[in-house]
Each structure stands twice: as structure tokens, then as C-alpha cells.
Design a protein around this ligand. Structure first.
Ligand code: NAD
Length: 525
């Protein structure tokens, strides 16, 4: 079965319901054999599967066996990723032909891969996220106490991490001997999509509260935008409680009392760190799965790696990947199967049937390998947990939204920051200031407003105690207070600075958007 059109969940769900009585079809896998799961009702949904490296093939096999026994309606296409592909000299770890399958099925169930050591190799995860536009990373982190020991038995948090932007745009430069930079890019459409996704997720999963973490007391423009969008979009969801924490104290609270949080949305870097913290707080990183969702495609996986030392020993826990697969089933509209699998898994855990990593004398009753664990889950399909809370899933795949475009604002250029590489005169800012004042004196209509070093104003009136690197930001503005300048003035400044034998490394324009100054001041400016 081929679907050319863009993945549209409600339409697929409607079709599944309409076709409820039609006979099953099974689609061939890329390997040429039928791997469709057993018949249930509705058409099988094409998905792409990669067995990965290390423990990947074993946990994928266990997961697919459980899904098949539960009656998941899947038509599986297999692709190869990871070690073997890297070894063929493909630095992306994925063959070009595999993208065809991913673009066709738009649903990717992925086992962990081993990332080769050394340079020149790109992270497959980052490539996949960016290439397929998977902007939301969703990681449910629930405790399974007392069966998996944790200090936070009541925690049940979902971390929703922005997945494409922030410092992960991967735009880095070395500009001077002493200073390197990483650009942190935050876009309004990016914020809107992830924040809306978090609220939609909360509504559709019966969650009560969405918390936002940012560092907007320091990064007023970038994190400030994320927070602002959170407030704007949050207002559209009056039934959901909303709160915002500065990420440092928010992280401390999350680590101390995760049971106080419900859904937490945050920019990429904080989300990367805190989603691991949250998973660890549940007692085992090895149990968590995650989804990476875009408006057209989605990828589902365990959060752990390929555990190469456990490979081939039938000792890995397949639960993380199984949880990824449960999220996938919900996404493709097979919530009934997701519920059946999840409840059977919960029952297995509370019956004390545990793999090595979770096994504890006293709470566990039976130590099993990967295959026997899968068999134990299969044997419990149709059962619900007695002590742990059973899950209920309606058809609750979270709606995604496409990015909305912003109309152009009234934008005025009111200055320019000229960055210099300068290491003369014992790095005395007064010396640099004097040279630049002479440069400005030769120009008409602009003046030097200040010089900063690593964001701290050092001229005029700097402190001699401030440590200065060889990276200087020199701010030029109009001689008339707050008046616009034009681009020709910028070119004249650059030419004059260059003629004064100072080394320009980059410029940043200072703008007013719709009358509001839209750049940060130097500390002390
Ligand atoms: P890891 O998650 O593979 O292993 C960390 C520890 O957890 C090990 O002790 C391992 O035995 C244990 N563990 C992990 N999964 C387990 C499971 N399912 N059952 C039982 N025990 C389990 O992390 P690592 O050792 O840092 O990385 C190994 C490789 O995996 C590296 O090449 C790394 O780059 C890669 N990796 C891949 C992904 C991915 O593909 N999404 C994610 C993380 C790491």
C-alpha cells in the first residue's frame, strides 16, 4: 500500500473505521516477505522499521512480536541504518534509498544505533529530525513503583521538547584566537508549533497543566519569545492550568518534586537535558520511549542507546522500544492496540517478570531474558494491571499544526554592532575606544556608542577589573538620538574601520520592529 499524500491522521482513522469489516491485506516488506501483523480490523498502516545496532535487533524483534500478537495493523518496510551503513563510507548512517521508504510511510519505528567514534560522522538522529521536520520530541516519564524503585512513586510527567531550533541549529564559528560562538536561533513559527503541540497534547490526553521552562530573565529576545508565545497560545486553552518557571529553579523543582508537574514544554537544549533527568527520576532510563513528531512524519524509539556490551546475550530490556511503539500505535490511530499492549506490559511488570536491569530480589518474581519477557507480555495481552493504574487511550493522536508566517513589520535600522578581533595595547578598551572615536569623527551622522567585551560594557566608563578577550563588540548609532541610519552608513563605518587597520569579524544590525528596539543592551550600557 502506497500513500503519496501527506500524512493525515483523522483521514486514516476515518478510513479504518469505514473499513472495519473489510478483509486484511498484508503488504510486502522491503525484504520481500510479508511481515504484516495479524489481522484485526482496518487496513494495515505502512511503517518503516530499522533494527539498528547492538541490542537493537533483539529488542525490535521482541517489540514486533508483541505488536503482532496484539493485532496491530501494520505493513512493515525495513531499512538498514547505523554501523553497517557508516562502514560503507556513508557519513549520514542512512542510505539515500531509505529516505524513499520514510517519505512514503511517514512513520518510523527505530531501534538504537551505535554512533561511530571519531569525526566526520553525522548524528543520524539529528539528521532524521531535521530532514523530516520532526519538531516535537515527546517523552512520557512515569514511575512504576514499587516494581521499579524510585524516590518519586507518583511522578507522571511528559516532557515536550522543541527539537529543531535553539543552539541545535548547529551554526558555530571561531572568530578570534580566544572566542568561538554558537548561534541560538529561535523562530516564532517554531515556538508556536511546539507550544500549541504541548497544549493540544494536554487536552487530548486529559492532562491538567502545562508548564513552560525558559531562561528569559537573561535571554530576553530568544527565550523571551518562547515565553511570550506560551502566554499567547496558553490563553486559547482556558481549561488547562499554566505556569512558567525560569529553567534553573524549574529544573530544581522537577528533580525534587516531579509529581507536581504534568506536561512541561521547553526549548531544545533545556529539553534535551531535563528529559533525561525526568526519565532517570522514574527509576530507569531503560524503560522510556519517545516520539519525534512533525506535521508530516513521525519517528518512535527507545531513549536508551544500543548497549553494545549486552548485544546478542538475550538480556536487554525491550520496554523502552515497546513504549516508543505504543506511542506510534496511538499516532497511527490504533489506540485500542496501544492500550492492550501497554496494559499487558504493566501487568507483566507488576507480576514481577523482570529483565536483568530491573530485577530486584524481593520485588521481582522471575528474572527473564529479552525473548521470555516478550512472551510474558504476549501471554498477558487482554489483561490489565491490578496494582498499577491501567491506561486508557482513546483515539488521541495529537494534532499538529503547520507553521504560520508573520507579516512584515515596520523595521528601522538604528545602528550596527561591528565585531572586531583586537589584541593590541594590552587590550586596554580605552585605547580601542580612542581609535574608534577617531574613525567615527571622520564619518557624518554616526557615533560610537559603546564597546563591550563578552557582553559587558567596557567603554566608555568600563571597570579596569573586567577581563577582556580579543573579541570586541563596537556599537555605532546615529548622532541624533534614536534616529534611523541607512545601510550606506554601515558600509562607510566598515570601510573606515578597515582603513584604520582594525580587523572586522562580523556585524549585527540593530533594528526597531514596529517601534520597539529589538536587540539586547550591553551589560552596564
Ligand atoms: P546506552 O543507553 O546504550 O547504555 C547505557 C547503559 O544502560 C549500559 O549499561 C547498558 O547496558 C544499559 N542499557 C541500555 N539499554 C538497555 C536495555 N534496553 N536493557 C538493559 N540495559 C540497557 O548508552 P551508551 O553506552 O552511552 O551508548 C552506546 C551506544 O549507543 C553509543 O554508540 C551511542 O552513541 C549510542 N546511542 C544511540 C542512541 C540512539 O540511537 N537513539 C541513543 C543513545 C546512545
Amino acid at each position: 500500500m502506497r500513500r503519496e499524500s501527506h500524512y493525515d491522521l483523522p483521514i486514516i482513522q476515518a478510513r479504518l473505521r469505514r473499513d472495519a469489516k473489510s478483509p486484511m491485506t498484508s503488504a510486502p516488506t522491503a525484504a520481500g516477505h510479508s511481515n504484516s501483523t495479524s489481522t484485526h480490523h482496518g487496513l494495515p498502516v505502512p511503517i518503516t522499521v530499522a533494527r539498528g545496532d547492538g541490542i537493537g535487533p533483539e529488542i525490535m524483534d521482541a517489540t514486533l512480536r508483541i505488536l503482532a500478537a496484539a493485532g496491530a495493523r501494520l505493513a512493515i518496510e525495513e531499512i538498514e541504518i547505523g554501523e553497517k551503513v557508516y562502514a560503507r563510507g556513508n557519513t549520514a548512517g542512512i542510505d539515500p534509498s531509505s529516505w524513499d521508504s520514510l517519505r512514503r510511510t511517514k512513520v518510523f519505528l527505530k531501534a538504537p544505533i551505535t554512533t561511530p567514534q571519531g569525526g566526520g560522522v553525522k548524528s543520524l538522529n539529528v539528521t532524521t529530525r531535521k530532514a523530516l521536520g520532526l519538531y516535537a520530541n515527546v517523552r512520557p516519564c512515569a514511575a512504576y513503583a514499587p516494581f521499579v524503585p524510585t524516590r518519586h512513586p507518583k511522578m507522571d510527567v511528559v516532557i515536550i521538547r522543541e527539537n529543531e531550533e535553539d543552539t541545535y541549529a548547529g551554526i558555530e564559528h571561531q572568530q578570534t584566537d580566544e572566542v568561538v560562538q554558537c548561534l541560538k536561533l529561535i523562530s516564532r513559527p517554531g515556538c508556536e508549533r511546539i507550544v500549541r503541540y504541548a497544549f493540544e497534547y494536554a487536552v487530548q490526553n486529559g492532562r491538567k497543566k502545562v508548564t513552560c521552562f525558559t531562561k528569559d530573565n537573561i535571554m530576553k529576545l530568544t527565550d523571551g519569545l518562547f515565553h511570550k508565545v506560551f502566554d499567547e497560545i496558553g490563553a486559547e486553552y482556558p481549561q488547562i492550568e499554566k505556569e512558567h518557571w525560569i529553567v534553573d529553579i524549574g529544573a530544581a523543582k522537577l528533580a525534587d518534586s516531579p509529581e507536581d508537574f504534568d506536561v512541561v514544554v521547553m526549548p531544545n537544549l533545556y529539553g534535551d537535558i531535563l528529559s533525561d533527568v525526568a526519565a532517570q527520576l522514574t527509576g530507569s532510563v531503560g524503560l522510556a520511549g519517545s516520539s519525534n513528531i512533525g506535521s508530516q512524519c513521525a519517528m518512535f524509539e527507545a531513549i536508551h542507546g544500543s548497549a553494545p556490551r549486552r548485544a546478542g546475550k538475550d538480556s536487554a530490556n525491550p520496554s523502552g522500544l515497546l513504549h516508543g511503539a505504543i506511542l506510534m500505535l496511538i499516532h497511527i490511530g490504533q489506540s485500542d492496540i496501544a492500550e492492550k499492549v501497554h496494559n499487558a506490559w504493566l501487568r507483566t511488570i507488576e507480576d514481577g517478570v523482570h529483565t536483568d536491569d530491573v530485577y530486584r530480589e524481593g520485588t521481582s518474581s522471575k528474572r527473564v531474558g529479552t525473548r521470555a519477557f516478550a512472551d510474558a507480555v504476549i501471554a498477558r495481552l487482554g489483561q490489565t494491571p491490578v496494582k498499577l493504574q491501567a491506561v486508557r487511550y482513546q483515539n488521541t493522536a495529537t494534532r499538529t499544526s503547520s507553521a504560520t508566517r508573520r507579516p512584515r513589520a515596520t523595521k528601522e535600522l538604528i545602528g550596527v554592532d561591528v565585531f572586531l578581533h583586537w589584541d593590541e595595547a594590552d587590550r586596554d578598551p580605552r585605547q580601542l575606544g580612542a581609535r574608534l572615536e577617531r574613525v567615527a569623527a571622520g564619518l557624518s551622522g554616526v557615533r560610537l556608542k559603546m564597546i563591550s567585551n563578552r557582553g559587558v560594557k567596557v567603554y566608555p566608563d568600563g571597570f579596569p577589573e573586567t577581563f577582556c578577550t580579543d573579541h570586541w563588540r563596537c556599537r555605532f548609532v546615529s548622532t541624533t538620538a534614536d534616529a534611523p541610519i541607512n545601510f550606506e552608513s554601515v558600509l562607510q563605518i566598515l570601510a573606515a574601520v578597515h582603513a584604520a587597520k582594525l580587523e572586522v569579524i562580523k556585524t549585527e544590525h540593530l533594528y526597531r520592529f514596529n517601534g520597539v528596539k529589538s536587540y539586547s543592551l550591553g551589560q552596564g550600557e
